[in-house]
Design a binder for this molecule. Sequence first.
Ligand code: FAD
Length: 424
Amino acid sequence: MSSNPASSSTGRYSVFAIAREAMRLHSGWKRAWTSPEPRKKYQVVIVGAGGHGLATAYYLGKNFGITDVAIIEKGWLGGGNTGRNTTIIRSNYLQDPSAAIYDKALKLYENLSQDLNYNVMFSPRGLLMLAQTEHEVRGYKRTVYANQLQDVATEWVTPERIKQMLPIINIDGPRYPVLGGLYQERGGTARHDAVAWGYARACSAMGMHIIQNCEVTGIETGAGQVKAVNTGKGRIECDKLALVVAGHSSVMAEKAGFRLPIESMALQALVSEPVKPSCDLVIMANTVHGYLSQSDKGEMVIGGGTDGFNNYSQRGSWQHIEETIRALIETFPMLSRLKMLRQWGGIVDMTGDRSPILSTTPVGNIFVNCGWGTGGFKAIPGSGWAMAELVAKGQPGPLAAEFGLDRFKEGRFIDESVAAGVAH
Ligand SMILES: Cc1cc2nc3c(=O)[nH]c(=O)nc-3n(C[C@H](O)[C@H](O)[C@H](O)COP(=O)(O)OP(=O)(O)OC[C@H]3O[C@@H](n4cnc5c(N)ncnc54)[C@H](O)[C@@H]3O)c2cc1C
């Protein structure tokens, strides 16, 4: 197994490579990943080239030496929720299984640029979840205690400290005064496209096939086992199949003949015009359902809540934009002076307990990774790591063990809905 698969066939990125290419007018850069025609058969087929599908493929190669892998994507890689989110990364979850997998992801993020030899622009600028009701004060203080037991460093901060950390904030709002906050210094953001591109480049370098513009339209099974997938580019056989399609998970499961406890709905985000640096933290205001960070370009990146009805639209509804901004303006009055430039949506895959599913399924050798809902960008490396183990060994390792489908039958929920407020 290569310790740095990213560096083999695509050429290693380095200061020397930049200097060399500058000398020859940048004519020598290789394509970051190839676009092959599919073979008839692969050991593992992964449906969905979002962050979770690509990371699963990467750790299958890196940790288990399995490289006979195809990642099949109906659109373009990273064009789903992975390229549409507000990029918040944190691991301050309440329940132990959640803290374990999200903190594994955060630790991998901390070294991901080096591991992939690709700058994912990980920016651990600190993450603050505002408590604006007594309920949140109690919930976040409880989370701080839980995090201490989980060895995840978080702290409770006072309103005065918050004002010092973030001068643009109004802590005295009449409806939603800031009563304190849950702070994780290691939290932050990363560039979402770069995460997908970095994993894609590394997978391609290991000889895996990323097949874009190729929809999986059917799943063939026989004797309770997966046989093949039918796609826009023909039938592809596989020994193992991983379904990693976020908002389309229940559609895909139906094709294999089983059901998933997933609801799909649109979640949206928007960005303002660029302004000078004024917000160097990631802020979550869960009571009013608003999230805020400032991009390197200066835009305020803002996320809101999900639509209140199931749908498969990648736009989101108008009233949510208005509600999100209206709610945030009390706490961040400067937003009232900003023009909003762009808005978009993604189809998120929600479970009842707001925790993911990493699981075997009723069909032999079909595995699912879904249910990350509104908060799976931060989990990509940890999820890929755990999913690769599940696919390679046919059973979950310690990180995925609690996230099986059987928990919905047995009532063993991993309830993150209250402590996380919502789950970005
Ligand atoms: C507006 C918004 C804001 C968010 N903010 C945050 C945040 O701040 N922090 C955070 O941690 N998370 C956030 N999330 C959630 C996060 O984006 C997702 O949990 C994560 O990106 C899911 O990644 P994925 O790889 O599972 O799914 P995706 O990136 O959606 O990838 C699934 C892929 O499957 C493909 N696919 C579907 N059906 C088929 C088919 N039949 N055949 C072939 N391919 C198929 C799709 O085209 C898609 O590319 C946000 C999401 C949205 C929409």
